[in-house]
Design a binder for this molecule. Structure first.
Ligand code: NAD
Ligand code: UDP
Length: 342
């Protein structure tokens, strides 16, 4: 059995990747400080996998604790999800983001170096492309930041690249996610944002349950087919399986790589609204509003490299993403903050 440490493993993407790793025969261990997640996810993961979940409460900033954890479990690789991700909050509190995201990554790498574990899978983001000059976006596009959050991801990518150049015994897989949405088909785990969701799919889901009155569509005058923003929505279970493929490649070949994880297709805000209405069986009310400051018109991946390098491609459709989001949202309207599902 290969032991893998999942920092931020109680969060949205980490918890789904936990399930995919167990299915693939890995033994994942979760490290999370629950700063943006709920410990209730652990029991749900036990329900899905039928096995006890190894989990530790703590921060990646704690080098001594993390290196001891890696040694104790003979961890072979670390999947580093832990970090803050709210773009707006990063503009209000940049240092909070630099500390947790950049210092957090450096401290984690210190702990790995100390414990002799030198294989890292890093959660990067399509935000590192800034406002791209064209679509689809290949990995060769120039990097640019439009927020302190985006800067933190570029900084981590540079730190990892410099480490790989200096230390040939290190290996890393940098995964640039496009727009992860959806939930595990069991309806037991999903995205559980605190407060008002910033992202489209969780907002639409809360409108569909009646928790919010209508969706504000931020702009219908973009140079896109229906005027609304176009994004590459990727089912979180496809993304989770992409991590397994990346980890397999990293451990088998020892070669480092940076790759987009997206579907290669863009969907507009109104397409998402229509697909969600079909999934939930009723209309999702919306109002067209002004553009959201800082938004870009379109962003979708060239997903060719992931297929070439990892033999991975996204399988699930927008209808699947909406159906699985709806199952999770309708059964858990308050996320993990409510007791068990009915
Ligand atoms: P999330 O907030 O649901 O999960 C992150 C987890 O990390 C949370 O459980 C949080 O409690 C934990 N955490 C934060 N700081 C920590 C620390 N110092 N020590 C230990 N645990 C800590 O977010 P997510 O959507 O699952 O995202 C995971 C990663 O993927 C993040 O790095 C994020 O920036 C990146 N990413 C996310 C998206 C997206 O749209 N969700 C897109 C691109 C990249
Ligand atoms: N969006 C919207 N209303 C919302 C949230 C998002 O119209 O309440 C739009 C947004 O303008 C963008 C798309 O939905 O065109 C995806 O936004 P999200 O924040 O989910 O992802 P990002 O813009 O960070 O890629």
């Amino acid at each position: 059995m290969t032991n893998i440490l999942l920092t931020g493993g109680a969060g949205y993407i980490g918890s789904h990747t936990y399930v995919a790793l167990v299915s693939a025969g890995y033994r994942p261990i979760i490290l999370d400080d629950y700063s943006n997640s709920h410990p209730g996810v652990i029991a749900r993961l036990e329900d899905i996998t039928g096995q006890p979940v190894a989990h530790v409460r703590g921060s990646v900033l704690d080098v001594a604790m993390v290196s001891a954890l890696i040694e104790q479990h003979a961890v072979q690789a670390v999947l580093h999800f832990a970090g803050f991700k709210a773009v707006g909050e990063s503009v209000a509190e940049p240092l909070k983001y630099f500390d947790n995201n950049i210092t957090g990554t450096v401290r984690l790498m210190q702990a790995m170096e100390r414990a002799g574990c030198r294989a890292l899978v890093f959660s990067s983001s399509a935000t590192v492309y800034g406002d791209p000059a064209a679509v689809p976006i290949t990995e060769a596009f120039p990097l640019a930041h439009t927020s302190p959050y985006g800067y933190s991801k570029i900084a981590c990518e540079h730190i990892i690249a410099a480490m790989l150049a200096a230390k040939p015994d290190w290996h890393a897989s940098v995964l640039r996610y496009f727009n992860p949405v959806g939930a595990h088909p069991s309806g037991l785990i999903g995205e559980s944002p605190q407060g008002v969701p910033n992202n489209l799919m969780p907002y639409v889901a809360q409108v569909a349950t009646g928790k919010r009155a209508h969706l504000n569509v931020w702009g219908a005058d973009y140079p896109t087919p229906d005027g609304t923003g176009l994004r590459d929505y990727i089912h979180v279970m496809d993304l989770a399986e992409g991590h397994v493929a990346a980890l397999d490649a990293l451990l088998q070949t020892g070669r480092s790589f940076t790759v987009n994880l997206g579907t290669g297709a863009g969907h507009s805000v109104l397409e998402v609204v229509r697909a969600f209405s079909l999934a939930c069986g009723h209309a999702v009310p919306y109002k067209i509003c002004e553009r959201r400051p800082g938004d870009i018109a379109q962003c979708y991946a060239d997903a060719t490299l992931a297929l070439q390098l990892l033999g991975w491609r996204a399988q699930r459709t927008l209808a699947d993403m909406c159906a699985d989001t709806w199952r999770w949202q309708s059964r858990n309207p308050d996320g993990y903050h409510e007791a068990a599902i009915a």
